[in-house]
Ligand binder design. Structure first.
Ligand code: SF4
Length: 470
């Protein structure tokens, strides 16, 4: 008998990557409008787990209003003779994968950022309770990770109870991250890769090193190592680091070979410590996105939960779309917050010397890892709301990027002269040059390899502006 006969909807890998639009959703759980939400895995002694028990604290799905948005906490408690706390991050990340196997159920992000939607059709088929959802999780945990001998699952929708548990969950994540700090990339000969997000971003593979957390912020190098050893056929695998090709940029032959193989030639070269040229690919569930601000020659970072527009006038969603889908986009980089605590954080670009704007909430979180002399020089939304204000702020604080402006002025003048000369000679400079330039149009993806695009005129407008004009 199928392990899912008693579940009212289908369950299988084919549903991974399924999107549920607002109009099609029965309910939304967590997401950007809910402040407190979480998912957490805890390893417990065997005698403290009631195997297969599913508990719901607060209203169940059938008690929720159609189209409503509710807070949610998911607690997975597992036990096993050889299971230890070092595996909690691995177990927790599987919640994302397993829940996405459920037809009509969409799970995005991780930890304190979870965003879930249940589709109307799945609800009408009878998926109206956390009970069957818990059963699916329970059965997949037991069958996919045999190291788990017992597991109990709790869904919390009662806001007071979520509030009570939320800060504890944040402390657990921090303790886990802190444990993973200290080891350096050059001290290991294996990195780890994760292909879990390929269902959403086919050419994306996370490269997880001691000093570069996964994009989602849920898998450290230690988690990668543990995951690859307990589930060698799973989405997390070891990467032989290979030869160090470029220490500054963070290029390793083993990483390049892995990327080529796992993306079927789409991505051939990855530089781990930079946002430029060959940056790490971005999936869709990164915690934050770094974006280049050409006017100040610096990088801004904005996190998923940030409300409103970043300093360049674009909200997180637009900036995230610019990078997402498994692409390598020059100057854009999906990443974890934990990466900002790493000594390799955009090290090739100048590290914190190149970071000019970060929302206050994130700055507070990573403050202890910003070099002391730079803390007051990195602007937040309170210091600068647009590029003009940012320029003034950086100048007033003498941020290190200001020295770059003067250095760049002379070559810029030369470039103008060169352009005039070339135009006079009847040639044109390319307006876009890229090794790989993906264009999304009408449901197709067109990839131009080694492209140079020439144009008489280039008009750049925001999507909003173009819509307004129509
Ligand atoms: S963001 Fe990376 S590490 Fe996290 S689940 Fe996706 S592929 Fe895996």
């Amino acid at each position: 008998m199928s392990m899912f006969k008693d579940i009212p909807v289908d369950v299988g890998v084919i549903y991974e990557g399924e999107r549920i639009r607002r109009n099609d959703m029965q309910v939304e759980l967590g997401g950007p409008t809910v402040k407190e939400k979480f998912e957490l895995a805890k390893v417990k002694p065997l005698d403290q787990i009631d195997d297969g028990k599913i508990t719901i604290i607060g209203p169940d799905i059938k008690d929720m209003k159609e189209g409503g948005v509710y807070p949610l906490g998911i607690l997975v408690e597992a036990a096993g003779a050889t299971l230890d706390q070092g595996l909690e991050g691995v177990i927790e990340r599987r919640i994302h994968g397993y829940l996405n196997y459920i037809e009509g159920f969409m799970h995005l992000n991780q930890r304190y950022d979870i965003w879930i939607r249940l589709g109307k059709k799945a609800f009408q088929k009878g998926l109206n309770s956390f009970e069957p959802i818990g059963k699916v999780l329970y059965r997949l945990f037991k069958s996919e990770l045999p190291i788990i001998e017992k597991v109990q699952i709790t869904f919390i929708t009662d806001p007071a109870k979520i509030r009570e548990m939320y800060s504890g969950a944040l402390a657990e994540y921090e303790a886990r991250d802190a444990k993973a700090r200290g080891l350096k990339d050059e001290e290991v000969d294996k990195f780890y890769g994760c292909a879990l997000c390929q269902s959403f971003a086919p050419s994306h593979v996370c490269v997880i090193t001691p000093q570069r957390y996964s994009n989602c912020g849920a898998i450290s190098w230690f988690d990668g190592k543990a995951s690859a050893s307990i589930d060698p056929k799973g989405p997390v695998f070891a990467i032989d680091r290979g030869e160090l090709l470029n220490a500054e940029k963070g290029e390793f032959s083993g990483v390049n070979e892995m990327a080529k193989k796992r993306t079927m030639g789409e991505v051939n070269q990855i530089w781990l410590y930079t946002a430029f040229d060959h940056p790490h690919t971005s999936c869709g569930c990164f915690e934050a996105v770094a974006f280049y601000i050409p006017e100040v020659d610096g990088l801004g970072v904005v996190q998923r939960s940030f409300k409103g527009a970043a300093v360049n006038g674009l909200p997180f969603s637009t900036l995230a779309d610019s990078a997402a889908g498994g692409r390598q986009i020059d100057g854009f980089h999906g990443m974890s917050i934990e990466y900002m605590r790493s000594k390799k954080f955009f090290a090739a670009d100048g590290g914190w010397n190149r970071i000019v704007w970060v929302p206050k909430e994130v700055k507070e979180k990573v403050k202890d890892f910003i070099p002391a002399e730079l803390v007051d020089k990195v602007a937040t939304e309170e210091d600068a709301k647009n590029i003009d204000e940012l320029k003034e702020f950086l100048k007033a604080k003498n941020h290190p990027v200001v020295a770059r402006w003067a250095a760049e002025e002379a070559p810029a003048a030369e470039a103008t002269a060169l352009q005039v000369t070339e135009e006079a000679a009847g040639t044109m400079m390319p307006v876009a040059t890229a090794g790989t330039l993906p264009i999304m149009a009408g449901g197709f993806k067109i990839i131009l390899k080694d492209a140079k695009i020439y144009a008489n005129k280039v008009i750049i407008t925001t999507v909003k502006d173009s819509k307004d004009k129509r």
